[in-house]
Each structure stands twice: as structure tokens, then as C-alpha cells.
Design a protein around this ligand. Structure first.
Ligand code: ADP
Ligand code: MG
Length: 358
């Protein structure tokens, strides 16, 4: 697979803050790439550097084989869909979409007939038929999102940057727009770089998922690999489906302030940061007096509350250091027994199900 964009050792500092700290990244051609990072991790900064709105302090950007550090934003052939859509409120849907094409620096389109055809194609592509003459103030959030996308796509960029594009939509619409965005991208055949703070969105949408941590890409892999084999405790934390413990490896155990967890046969992953992670849905809740098998790990905790979410129940426990420990039971597999709040239980998992980091 050839690369459309390659960033090498990119740095961007704001005073003492390293927003991008020697970041390397490669985006494949014709792919949906999701970039996951918590708020403040540098996602917008990264997009702004790629688009050319920010100048990096160091590093190289290679786009379609050419260095672009010195190229002005409007000459980069890179589209940007802003977080708040940034539409012109006084213009209609059609005029908003046409704007980018009429006013682009290279090869602007002014012939009304050509413009009309191009806008019509875009309207159809993003599913806005019949709304062309509406004011953008009189359409829904999801429709505004489509206008913002169409306005970018009409200029036929080779790469489209989307800054938390679904963040302003309600949950229902967000689900539908996930599928829509993937379908639209497939029809255009260009790479989308979609940044998000939502792990479920990143995992559901990305052919390739990048995880941003401390100004660097901590992991770049398909969703399944990121979810099942996070490269570091930090990546596991962002996924919101692992209980994490700090501690140290010693002999055949992971020593943390609460207990020493015996290890299975797996070799600890080198990550530069020791840690122990066990997935929410790999844990059984048992009465205190039930026996533990040779290949299991056991930890006692106090049940606090649970939360029903359709397909699963998430149960929350208080560990003896006060931290919360979460267990997810999928209802298709077992109906968990009712737990008594403030009672003690044994949390049990297989040694081999844990991810151990050295
Ligand atoms: P994200 O989009 O992931 O929430 P940002 O890229 O907006 O993160 O910001 C990353 C960090 O850089 C934050 O700590 C933010 O406060 C800081 N930052 C962003 N832009 C500026 C700026 N223009 N001046 C100073 N600090 C900034
Ligand atoms: Mg941002």
C-alpha cells in the first residue's frame, strides 16, 4: 500500500508544552484512518500542522511524494472539516457547498453551469437532495455536517482531515453518520483522517487506528489489534475497557500495592512503562468462599453498583485502595447473579487473559 502522507519527527511546542513531540506517522492511500486521543492530547494541533495552519518547529511532512513544509494551506490539496462546521450562516446549502470551488486559489470554477453540476453531484454524494436552497440555519445538525463535508469534498482534495466530526451530533445520529462517512469516503477513494476522543468511534470507523499519547503516535494498527493488544498501559487506558494496575514485575508475579498477581505463560510486553491490564469482560464475580483454579488470579473487592446498557451489565467495585474496578457481563452469554451492594466478592480472571507490560 502506498502512502499519501508521511510525517517524520514532527515537533510543535507552545511555550514549555510539547504538543507534538517528535511524532512519526504514515497514512496509507485510499483508507479511513481514525486517530484516537483524549482531550488536549494534540489532535487539533496535528491536523492544523498537516493542513498548514500551524508551522511545526521541526520535522518533515511529505505529501504524495513531495515535501510540503513551505507550502501554503490553500495550495496543499488537503481538505479540512472543522469541528464546529464553520458554515456561512447567510448562505444556502448549495452556495455553501459551491463556495470552496468558486474561491479556490488554483483553478477556481466560475461557470454557473459547471458549478451547478458539481454542486448537484456533491449534494447527491452526501445525501442532501431537496435541501439545496435551504438556509444552513434551517437544517439539522447532521445535515450541517454533510454540508461541511460536501464543501470540502467538492474541491477534490487528496486527503481530508476531519476534526471530531461527530462530536456535535446526538448519539443516535452519530451512529448513522459513522456508516455514512465510511460510505462517502469509499465512493471518493481518498484518505480520511478522522480525529476523535471516542474509543468506540475510532475502533468502529478506522481501517487503521492511530493512538496519540504525549505528542507521539503510541500505536498504529487495525482496530482489532489495538483493542486486543494495546501496546502500552496508556493505550489500554484510552480504550476504556481495561482495569489497570501500576506496579513492578518480580519473578513470576506482578507486584502492586493490593496484591501480587501470579503471571501466566505470556512474555511481558516491552512498553517502557510497567503495568498490568485486565479487560472488563474477562472477569468473573464469585462468592468469597469459592475455590480458585491454578491458572486464575483472585482479588477481593466491595460491590458498589451496576449499570445496565442493553447488551451488557457493567458492575462497579471498590478496591481496597479506593479505586474503581469494572466488570462487564454480556447478557447473551450469562445472566449474572444479583450482587449485594456493600458486600465483598472475589473478582477472578485467567492469568493468561491479563496483559502484562514491562
Ligand atoms: P486536542 O485537539 O487533542 O484536544 P489540541 O491540539 O487542541 O488538543 O491542544 C494540545 C495542547 O496544546 C493543549 O494542551 C492546548 O492547550 C495546547 N495548545 C493548543 N493550541 C495552542 C495555542 N495556540 N497556544 C498555546 N497552547 C495551545
Ligand atoms: Mg481538538
Amino acid at each position: 500500500m502506498s502512502a499519501v502522507l508521511d510525517l517524520s519527527n514532527v515537533r510543535k511546542t507552545y511555550g514549555a508544552l510539547n504538543a507534538l513531540d517528535g511524532l512519526d506517522l504514515t497514512l496509507p492511500d485510499n483508507a479511513y484512518v481514525a486517530l484516537l486521543g483524549p482531550s488536549g492530547s494534540g489532535k487539533t494541533t496535528l491536523l492544523r500542522v498537516i493542513a498548514g495552519f500551524e508551522t511545526p518547529d521541526a520535522g518533515s511532512l511529505t505529501f504524495k511524494g513531495n515535501r510540503i513544509e513551505g507550502v501554503a494551506p490553500h495550495r496543499r490539496d488537503i481538505g479540512f472539516v472543522f469541528q464546529n462546521f464553520a458554515l456561512f450562516p447567510h448562505l444556502s446549502v448549495a452556495k455553501n457547498i459551491a463556495f470552496g470551488l468558486e474561491h479556490r486559489d488554483i483553478d477556481p470554477v466560475t461557470d454557473p453551469k459547471i458549478l451547478h453540476t458539481r454542486v448537484k453531484d456533491m449534494v447527491a454524494l452526501v445525501g442532501l437532495d431537496g435541501l439545496e436552497e435551504r438556509a444552513v440555519t434551517q437544517i439539522s445538525g447532521g445535515q450541517r455536517q454533510r454540508v461541511a463535508l460536501a464543501r470540502t469534498l467538492i474541491t477534490e482534495p487528496s486527503l481530508v482531515l476531519l476534526d471530531e466530526p461527530l462530536g456535535a451530533l446526538d448519539a443516535n445520529l452519530r451512529g448513522r453518520m459513522r456508516l455514512e462517512l465510511r460510505a462517502i469516503r469509499e465512493r471518493c477513494g481518498v484518505t480520511f483522517l478522522h480525529v476523535t476522543g471516542s474509543e468506540s468511534e475510532a475502533l468502529a470507523m478506522g481501517d487503521l487506528v492511530l493512538v496519540l499519547d504525549q505528542g507521539k503516535i503510541a500505536q498504529a494498527a487495525d482496530a482489532d489489534t489495538v483493542y486486543n493488544q494495546p501496546k502500552s498501559p496508556a493505550v489500554a487506558r484510552f480504550l476504556n475497557c481495561y482495569n489497570l494496575f501500576d506496579g513492578t514485575l518480580s519473578g513470576n508475579g506482578f507486584v502492586n500495592p493490593l496484591a501480587t498477581f501470579p503471571l501466566g505463560g505470556a512474555i511481558p510486553r516491552q512498553s517502557g512503562q510497567p503495568g498490568y491490564a485486565i479487560r472488563y469482560d474477562r472477569i468473573a464475580v464469585r462468592p468469597l468462599d469459592e475455590a480458585v483454579a491454578n491458572d486464575e488470579v483472585r482479588l477481593e473487592a466491595t460491590f458498589v453498583a451496576d449499570e445496565y446498557s442493553g447488551a451488557a451489565i457493567n458492575s462497579f467495585f471498590a478496591l481496597d485502595d479506593g479505586r474503581v474496578f469494572e466488570v462487564e457481563s454480556h447478557l447473551s452469554q450469562t445472566v449474572p447473579a444479583a450482587l449485594q451492594p456493600q458486600s465483598r466478592y472475589a473478582l477472578v480472571w485467567k492469568r493468561d487473559d491479563a496483559l502484562v507490560y514491562a
